[in-house]
Design a protein around this ligand. Sequence first.
Ligand SMILES: NC(=O)c1ccc[n+]([C@@H]2O[C@H](COP(=O)([O-])OP(=O)(O)OC[C@H]3O[C@@H](n4cnc5c(N)ncnc54)[C@H](O)[C@@H]3O)[C@@H](O)[C@H]2O)c1
Length: 281
Amino acid sequence: MGSGIAQAAAVAGFAVVVRDVSEPALRRGEAAVRSSLDRLVAKEKLGTAARETALTRLSWTSELATLADCGLVIEAIPEDTALKRALWQELDGRCPPATIFASNTSSLSITELAAATGRPDRFIGLHFFNPVPLMPLVEVVRGLTTSAETFDAALAFVRRLGKEPIVARDRSGFIVNRLLVPYLLDAVRALEEGTGSVADIDRGMQLGCGHPMGPLMLLDLVGLDTTLSIGEILFQEYREARFAPPGLLRRMVAAGFHGRKSGRGFYDYTAEPPRPSDLTL
Ligand SMILES: NC(=O)c1ccc[n+]([C@@H]2O[C@H](COP(=O)([O-])OP(=O)(O)OC[C@H]3O[C@@H](n4cnc5c(N)ncnc54)[C@H](O)[C@@H]3O)[C@@H](O)[C@H]2O)c1
């Protein structure tokens, strides 16, 4: 998500500093941006000059201190409240008071993350969708303490990216994941219960409901580890069975099947085209 957000901002004209924890992670992010820009050029959605300019606007670093000059910091690290709060605390000490902080969290409370900083009024949720360069939506989430100025600046930023903002309250999962995640988890339950095969569950929702992608392939795109964390956080918040991650999802994450990013999830991405994974259920 981080590389996608960085790419969208660079294409829109912003100078972007991308910070990750390790060199391999940075190289993965950079490679993802390059191949995404190449695909946009091949589809004639972007010119070659615009691709080159976007690449020059991006810089890559593992040094947190490099973010000190940024007017807006968008965090897209794993969906873990302790990890996010620790990072925000550290950033709070390094960035000038005027810098706006935004989290791309899918399910954590914006108010709680904001409270980890000394600038809860300049903290907001900007929830992007995967893949960021193609998906037009951003959920803009106001915490209890977010100021009107921060909200207006965030809306203006989203519009400058050429994206469409919707406004969501600070409730776990906001609008889209509150509706989407129970559906995705139900698809895993249907598979676990033997209702249909991976291919048939996905084809069913594509051809029967007009979805561009079936739920199991979408889970692979989102990341099974990320979805497991989101389901756990939503369940903790609402205590409703529909948000509880099914056992199969938990076992797949334990086995290292994290979806497309790990090469294997409900589908095996080492095959071209990807084929349903051989899973012993
Ligand atoms: N996957 C999706 O479809 C999706 C969609 C919308 C929002 N989100 C949210 O975006 C965030 C990231 O999700 P993802 O799927 O991109 O996760 P990911 O695991 O694919 O990527 C996380 C990245 O963060 C880096 N990282 C870990 N700790 C860090 C730290 N302390 N400082 C800087 N970088 C660090 C990792 O090296 C990795 O590159 C989560 O909050 C998730 O809920 C995900």
